[in-house]
Write a protein that binds this ligand. Structure first.
Ligand code: HPA
Length: 246
């Protein structure tokens, strides 16, 4: 049986009716996840929600216990994860307010625990990561956004930086040359860890700013907040539709 989870990023702190939620604190061999896992029933479907940065958004991207998060979701029987992320746009089409469903990743992070098998490795544990995202789940995101008439770019390369600072202008020029179309701080190792546990994983990214050096002004957090507010309500619509069909 399949079970869906949503990992919420900046601006998405829950899904359903807070009163009908069942919160579970799950301890894993890798420590505690970012917060309690919240099981919600939406349209008769049992959905798990995890706030990636913690319930009060106090965990920085490089401090997130990605291993505990993914492990805990699997412990609850989760088979599919939709990861929601706020990102910067690098290519001219990735303007603030657009949604992107990336199909590739480049990892620029360092010092994060990359594997469940670090202390217990064997050749068999090298996962195939040619296509980091699950195509079936990506299609669900694309279909739902089309149905709602939302602007979604149906492919992209998610460059994951270490954060928590934003990038320098030169870093963004380098990333654009590498082929990155969007930039965020939490895409990895989350996607790879899900693959290690055979959990189907896809990302719905909301562009909340032009990446560093690509607009006439500096990145303004108050502008970002405005885009997040509107954009995440679109993301919630998509998620509800996906859950309904699930
Ligand atoms: N860079 C990295 N992460 C981000 C950005 C950005 O411009 N915007 C939102 N998350």
């Amino acid at each position: 049986m399949s079970k869906l989870a949503v990992i919420g990023g900046t601006g998405l702190s829950g899904l359903g009716d807070q009163n009908r939620n069942n919160r579970q604190v799950i301890e894993t061999p890798f420590g505690l996840p970012s917060g309690a896992l919240v099981e919600t029933i939406i349209n008769g479907k049992n959905i798990v929600f995890l706030p990636r940065h913690g319930e009060k958004h106090t965990i920085a991207p490089h401090r997130i216990n990605y291993r505990a998060n993914i492990w805990a979701l699997q412990a609850l029987g989760v088979t599919h994860i939709i990861s929601v992320a706020a990102v910067g746009g690098i290519t001219p089409d990735t303007m603030p307010g657009y949604l992107v469903c990336p199909d590739q990743i480049i990892d620029y992070t360092y010092g994060r625990e990359q594997s469940f098998f670090s202390d217990d490795f064997s050749a068999a544990k090298h996962i195939d990561f040619t296509y980091p995202y699950n195509q079936e789940l990506r299609e669900k995101i694309m279909t739902a956004s089309k149905k709602r008439g939302l602007d979604l770019i149906d492919r992209g390369v998610y460059g994951t930086t270490q954060g928590p600072r934003l990038e320098s202008g030169a870093e963004i020029i380098k990333m654009a040359k590498d082929g990155c179309t969007i930039v965020g701080m939490t895409g990895m190792p989350e996607a790879a860890l899900a693959r290690e546990l055979n959990i189907h994983y896809a990302c719905c990214a909301l562009v909340v700013n032009r990446a560093a050096g690509l607009s006439d002004s500096l990145i303004s957090m108050s502008e970002v907040e405005k885009i997040v507010k509107v954009g995440m309500s679109d993301v919630k619509l998509i998620l509800r539709d996906i859950i309904e069909e699930y």
